[in-house]
Write a new protein. Structure first.
Length: 383
């Protein structure tokens, strides 16, 4: 199996332009995608991250051709597969893609090898190449020894590896993943996540990966698109969306504490936890502050501004819930020292660069570039 980068023309793996989908249930209408535009560059693994119901699967299924959009355009490897006002609508098996779903979707009556060989046969691979190509794909996901077994004889993790082999075996232009690890237990999820990252690194396929799990998104994506209902709120590298969230929502979804504050005339940020300074400059007035739990510091102090309300030992770290007034934050500290106890008074602080300040509608004023509705903000043009 070769890296795909050199084998495909153009630099755009998947192009989605102004795509809208409304579900109609009797008289009820659900706007599932609101004029979404997004691009997956050749070799890029774009993660769609957002809460349940925000439209991730709808977008993925539209790209796959399983769902017909109301309007917009979709291209795969430079070819229009949906568009021209709905006149072009290439069926799923003509779109040159591989899919992996949450449920292990192998055919139970076929051996593992026959499952993996299926896309090759459908595409008319020469008979003599089918078996070695299927075996090579199984070897890539470390399942070569399972070739003659049936799916029912495999564990969930093994079935998902085989599904992965089946998706990549014919070297499709694009791989689509819809929460493929959600049914696995934590250890397996971690293992398979690492393997998908490794495979992407080696094969450089273009892909879209849907998840609601922020850790999965940040560790797998070359780009991450954070979604709210029917829209993409921000796209960037994992570092960009994490370190420079464009809104309170993005910061919150990536795990930041968010609470009320007031910015005074000199730019100091008054919070229930005391006065903090920030590198962000918003106008004075009410604001929202976002700070990641790992970037907050607490110091025991008899006259501290806050109180420890919960202590959770996590092995390598200790997570505290810390309250001041009616605001509460999580603080993660990596320490081998004796943890603080419930009821202890502490002072809370953070480095100015870690204090993210959002003016009231929830947009960082420093980066609030005006954007078209439905257009996500990109921190930069990326690679
Ligand atoms: P996600 O994958 O992010 O959890 P979905 O794309 O499945 O979200 O759903 C987006 C929205 O569309 C939700 O409000 C969901 O209830 C609705 N929806 C999804 N599929 C259908 C359907 N077949 N019929 C009606 N509404 C649907
Ligand atoms: Mg879904």
């Amino acid at each position: 199996m070769r890296p795909a980068a050199s084998s495909s023309s153009g630099t755009v793996g998947v192009g989605v332009d102004n795509l809208s989908i409304t579900y109609r249930l009797g008289r009820k209408e659900i706007l599932a995608l609101d004029r979404i535009s997004v691009e997956v560059r050749q070799g890029e693994l774009l993660v769609l991250l957002g809460p349940s119901g925000c439209g991730k699967s709808t977008l993925l299924n539209a790209v796959a051709g399983l769902l017909k959009p109301d309007e917009g355009q979709i291209t795969i490897a430079g070819r229009e597969v949906f568009g021209s006002k709905g006149l072009v609508n290439v069926p799923p098996n003509g779109r040159n893609l591989g899919m992996i779903f949450q449920a292990y979707s192998l055919w139970p009556h076929m051996t593992v090898r026959d499952n993996v060989a299926f896309p090759l046969k459908r595409r008319g691979f020469a008979q003599k190449d089918v078996k070695p190509t299927a075996n090579a794909a199984l070897d890539l996901v470390r399942c070569g020894q399972l070739a003659d077994q049936y799916p029912g004889q495999l564990s969930g993790g093994q079935q998902q590896r085989v599904a992965l082999a089946r998706a990549i075996v014919a070297e499709p232009a694009v791989l689509l993943f819809d929460e493929p690890l959600s049914n696995l237990d934590a250890n397996l999820r971690r293992q398979l996540r690492d393997e998908i990252a490794g495979l992407h690194n080696r094969l450089q396929f273009s892909g879209i990966y849907v998840t609601h799990d922020q850790a999965e998104a940040l560790s797998l994506g070359t780009s991450v698109a954070v979604m709210t209902t029917a829209r993409i709120e921000q796209i960037g590298t994992p570092q960009e969306v994490h370190n420079s969230p464009v809104s309170e929502y993005v910061a919150w979804f990536l795990g930041a504490n968010v609470f009320d504050a007031t910015v005074d005339a000199r730019g100091a940020v008054e919070t229930p936890f005391g006065v903090l300074s920030s590198e962000e400059t918003t106008g004075k007035g009410p604001a929202r502050v976002a700070i990641y739990p790992e970037r907050l510091r607490i110091e025991p102090a008899d006259d501290g501004t806050a109180t420890i309300t919960l202590v959770q030992y996590k092995g390598t770290a200790v997570e505290y819930s810390v309250q001041a007034g009616n605001a509460s934050v999580n603080v993660v500290t990596i320490t081998s020292e004796q943890p603080l106890a419930i009821g202890d008074r502490v002072n809370v602080s953070a480095l100015p660069r870690d204090v993210l300040v959002f003016s009231d509608p929830g947009i960082v004023s420093a980066t609030a570039a005006a954007s078209e509705p439905g257009q996500a903000k990109r921190n930069s043009e990326g690679p």
